[in-house]
Design a protein around this ligand. Structure first.
Ligand code: SAM
Ligand code: SF4
Length: 313
């Protein structure tokens, strides 16, 4: 059964990260196509009643959607939900961190792909690094702990910054997770489609820091380490060098109302207009489908899920 639900509340974003969205030509979903908060709440309640324990709110950029704090406050009150988290690019965290904590959000992941202002601007196509670092510090101050940084390493662009990232999290006693870049269809990748693997990153970190493996980590498909002598950690989402489809218990809800059992799903179940009983039945069917894919490896070839911004990264 599914244990973890990722909910995309919008397909919109104030950034255009090079590995996630094309610079132009994005077909935005209309207001009517996007699920209303009450519809999303009904799906989350059904999922929690079915055994989902952890919900992550994501997008697009979830904090650009109006009313997000009140929505999170309602999700936080769902009985049985053990962990409520949010993934954000951090641009609006200085404004919202405290309110989100008060609303009942447990913790945040903030995406940050460079500590060099120019490289950061290049990767996000216009982002301001200072804003995001201030957002991370606001999240730490608000107690949205443990704050985790999500970093996608791109060969020749930011792969020289691995130690800088570790220094950054050690200074703040937070964690960084390196995510291997996945080749989704919406974004054109270089023909050689290189990514930086977990082993490559570990080799670099161990030149300066000692790592202690955390055996029983709560990250699910990721692997995690303590950075010895600090309150910081490092994790890896290595979907390409170490595929984790076999232990994945994730379900996704897209902003326009599709339940997807996998980020590689070719089809989704459209839940708008369904009763909670029908949604529950669909979830059971999707869980059965998913378990029959045990030996499968994601190949990112789906036309339905053409980018993480569309299906909720
Ligand atoms: N806008 C928010 C953010 O950036 O954190 C939430 C949505 S974003 C799609 C969620 C995560 O997906 C980010 O950490 C981003 O780095 C990651 N992501 C997007 N496209 C990716 C790709 N092609 N490969 C690996 N990670 C990707
Ligand atoms: Fe926006 Fe997040 Fe995608 Fe970057 S990774 S374009 S911030 S949705």
């Amino acid at each position: 059964m599914f244990k973890y639900l990722r909910v995309s509340v919008t397909d919109r974003c104030n950034y255009r990260c090079v590995y996630c969205m094309p610079e132009e030509g994005i077909c935005k979903q209309s207001h009517e196509q996007i699920m209303r908060y009450e519809e999303i709440l009904s799906v989350i309640k059904t999922a929690v009643a079915q055994g989902v324990e952890q919900v992550r709110i994501t997008g697009g950029e979830p904090l650009v959607r109006g009313g997000i704090v009140d929505f999170i406050a309602e999700v936080a009150q769902i009985p049985g939900l053990k962990d409520l988290t949010l993934t954000t690019n951090g641009t609006l965290l200085t404004r919202y961190a405290e309110a989100l904590k008060k609303a009942g959000l447990n913790r945040v992941n903030v995406s940050l792909d460079s500590l060099n202002p120019e490289t950061f601007k290049e990767i996000t196509r216009g982002g301001k690094l200072d804003e995001v670092i201030a957002g991370i510090d606001a999240a730490v101050a608000a107690g949205l702990n443990p704050v985790k940084i999500n970093t996608v390493l791109i060969p020749g662009v930011n792969d020289g910054e691995i130690i800088n990232f570790i220094d950054f999290v050690v200074a703040r006693a937070i964690s960084v997770r390196f995510i291997e870049r996945m080749p989704f269809k919406a974004v054109e990748l270089p023909p050689d489609d290189q990514f930086i693997s977990e082993n490559q990153v570990l080799a670099v970190i161990s030149q300066k820091y000692q790592l202690e493996k955390i055996d029983n980590d709560s990250f699910g498909p990721s692997s995690a380490y303590h950075i010895a002598g600090s309150g910081a950690g490092v994790g890896f989402i290595s979907s390409r060098s170490r595929p984790f489809c076999q232990c994945c218990t994730r379900l996704r809800l897209t902003a326009d109302g599709y339940l997807l059992p996998c980020l590689d799903s070719e089809v989704g179940v459209y839940v708008r207009g369904m009763t909670p009983e029908q949604i529950s039945e669909s979830m059971t069917q999707l869980a059965e489908q998913k378990s029959s894919w045990q030996k499968r490896h994601a190949c990112y070839a789906s036309t339905f899920a053409s980018s993480l911004s569309k299906i909720g990264g």
